[in-house]
Design a protein around this ligand. Structure first.
Ligand code: HMG
Ligand code: MG
Length: 284
């Protein structure tokens, strides 16, 4: 039987957070409801960050309240601090994610904290979430390249991964935030991270700015990773990472994984429909 690889759909969060047009909540809910029938186990749909920093995500609680929850699907939210966690718990997110960076420049630009400050901020978030029975995922941005600091030392990624692991993150998602990673730099980064966290608890989160995300997924598969984040329609980008284009498109990752002989459990027709919806939401 073909081996299962999971695609974690992040389009409704990473795909839409950077959109300039204020997308009506009803459109976001319709997209999530469509995605809920596609076979995903996890969909990231909310971000409880400052609405001043990311206005597009200000209606995250309304999105969580408006969707029809499909059984067996975990609806995830970003939570940068305790205030975010409290909002996520009130909105009944099924799981939350803390998100740090391997580079100081991006950490400061994205969450207004040094790496050390951010880790201190995350600790109570992780503890409180776990005490409430909510799984916590960890993200590390800029795992190979930073738009402010340039190339990133693989050991810096491993250090942050070890910290997030010690906080009890059930999985750590490795973000090539600006899509500048190559199979070589992603491979070297994974070699370092794998010395501290096993492949079964790592995910690849690759933006596709330079068109290398699929090649980077392939090298990650060789290193044992079996979870990849992607966004329908290839939407995405981070407002604080200049040059960050879309996430790799879910449809492309799904097709490539199947070509490589894996199974994903996803319905390609629903993915196409959701991809078209997502692009229409951005006026594309
Ligand atoms: P700060 O300004 O340092 O926070 O922002 P603060 O604690 O000093 O608070 C300032 C104000 O923000 C206060 O309001 C707080 O109440 C409010 P005021 O008194 O001025 O009216 N505030 C909040 N409001 C709502 N929810 C909250 C919250 N926290 C504070 N949770 C903060 C620090 C982290 C909040 C800010 O920098 C922020 O929101 N940043 C947004 C970062 C973001 O969303 N980035 C995009 C997602 S990450 C990403 O895309 C990368 C990823 O995809 C992986 C990859 O690709 O690499 C995950
Ligand atoms: Mg991202």
């Amino acid at each position: 039987m073909a081996e299962y690889v999971e695609i974690f759909e992040v389009g409704p969060r990473d795909g839409l957070q950077n959109e300039k047009r204020m997308i009506p909540t009803s459109e976001k809910v319709a997209l999530v409801d469509c995605l809920s029938g596609a076979g995903f186990k996890r969909i990231e749909i909310a971000s409880f960050v400052s609405p001043k920093w990311v206005p597009q995500m200000a209606d995250s609680a309304e999105v969580l309240a408006g969707i029809t929850r499909a059984p067996g699907v975990s609806y995830a939210a970003l939570t940068p601090n305790m205030q975010g966690l409290e909002r996520a718990l009130a909105a009944k997110a099924d799981e939350v994610a803390i998100f740090g960076s391997a580079s100081e420049g991006f950490s400061k630009a994205n969450i207004n904290a040094t790496i050390a400050e951010s880790l201190n901020r995350f600790r109570p978030v992780a503890e409180t979430a776990k005490a409430a029975g909510i799984p916590v995922r960890g993200y590390i941005s800029c795992v190979t390249d930073c738009p402010y600091d340039g190339p990133v030392d693989p050991q810096a990624v491993a250090r942050v991964a070890a910290e997030l692991d010690a906080m009890g993150c059930y999985e750590i998602s490795l973000g090539d935030s600006i899509g500048q990673g190559t199979p070589e730099s992603i491979g070297a980064m994974l070699d370092a991270v794998l010395t501290v966290v096993p492949a079964q608890r790592l995910a690849g989160h690759y933006h596709d700015t330079a068109g290398r995300a699929l090649a980077n997924i392939e090298v990650s598969l060789e290193k044992g990773l079996r979870v990849f984040d992607a966004a329908v329609g290839g939407l995405g980008g981070c407002p604080f990472a200049p040059g960050a284009e879309g996430n790799v498109a879910t449809e492309l990752v799904n097709a490539r994984l199947i070509e490589l002989g894996y199974t994903t459990g996803l319905n390609a027709e629903i993915l196409e429909t959701a991809g078209a919806m997502a692009l229409a939401m951005r006026g594309k």
